[in-house]
Structures are given as C-alpha cells and as structure tokens.
Design a protein around this ligand. Structure first.
Ligand code: RTP
Ligand code: MG
Length: 136
C-alpha cells in the first residue's frame, strides 16, 4: 500500500546545491514525487510545522533557520514512504546518529544544519502535507 510523506530540503541544503542529490536518492530508492515546490517559508507556517518543539530551547533558532532562505517542499509517495525516507535521511545528529550512506551522514556535520526534514509518522505526514500542500 502506498503512502505519502512530506520532505523538505532545508535552507542549508538549497544553499549548498544539494537539491538534486536529495531528489536523486529519493528516486533511486524507488519513491516518486507527487508534488514539489521551491518556496520561502512564512513564519506562521514554520511555527505550525515545528509546533511539537514549541517548548524546546532551540525553537527560536529553528524558526530563524527554516525561514532564512528558500526550501524545497516535496510530497514523496511510495510503499512505506515515511519510514523509507527517514532511513534515507539518517538520524537527527549528522555525526553521532546518522551513518555514512545516509543524506545527513554523507553531507552534514551539525544537528541544526541537517539538510532535510521527513515526516516521522502517518499522523505527522497527514498534518504536514495539509499544511504544505493543501490542494494535493
Ligand atoms: P526534522 O523534524 O527536521 O525532520 O528532524 P528530526 O525529526 O530528525 O528531528 P526533530 O527532533 O524533529 O528536530 C527538528 C529539527 O530541529 C533541529 N534541532 N536542533 N539544537 C538542537 O539541539 C536541535 N535539536 C533539533 C534540527 O534541525 C532538527 O532536524
Ligand atoms: Mg522531526
């Protein structure tokens, strides 16, 4: 059964020219692109997107960062797409958790600048896809 997940190439990934690399890995895995858009992120959308982290000490800098430049938002589709993309991305900390061979493990050094976002559950995916692609 196919499902959809929200992937973001964050501002660091766009600035470093890694959009193609991320899309290529998604496609080579066998997942498909249902929708894709390069866009600047409104602060309200950023707050909504990361609402689960509202009370965290890093919330302020997370909002600053995610609104610091354009992101590429992608609705990714395929069997077990949510888990499949989280595996492609690697763990949140690009050095301690993400292993080489993953996007974060291969291209990132700092947790704050970990290049990509992927929805972490079916509930998150549904909520995030409504927020980023209401017409999909
Ligand atoms: P994401 O939501 O972006 O896909 O990342 P994730 O699930 O792997 O990690 P999560 O715990 O949801 O954290 C969201 C993003 O917040 C930033 N972060 N900074 N300074 C810090 O300690 C810290 N911790 C998390 C990261 O950009 C992380 O991806
Ligand atoms: Mg998360």
């Amino acid at each position: 059964m196919s499902e959809r997940t929200l992937v973001l190439v964050k501002p660091d990934g766009v600035k470093r020219g890694l959009v193609g690399e991320v899309i290529s890995r998604i496609e080579r895995k066998g997942l498909t692109l249902a929708a894709m858009d390069l866009r600047n992120v409104e602060r309200s959308v950023a707050e909504e997107h990361y609402a689960e982290h509202k009370e965290k000490p890093f919330f302020g800098e997370l909002l600053e960062f995610i609104t610091s430049g354009p992101v590429v938002a992608i609705a990714v589709e395929g069997p077990r797409a949510i888990t499949a993309f989280r595996q492609l991305a690697g763990g949140t900390d690009p050095v301690d958790k993400a292993t080489p061979g993953t996007i974060r493990g291969d291209f990132a050094l700092e947790t704050q600048f970990n290049l990509v976002h992927g929805s972490d559950s079916p509930e998150s995916a549904e909520r995030e896809l409504k927020l980023w692609f209401p017409d999909l």
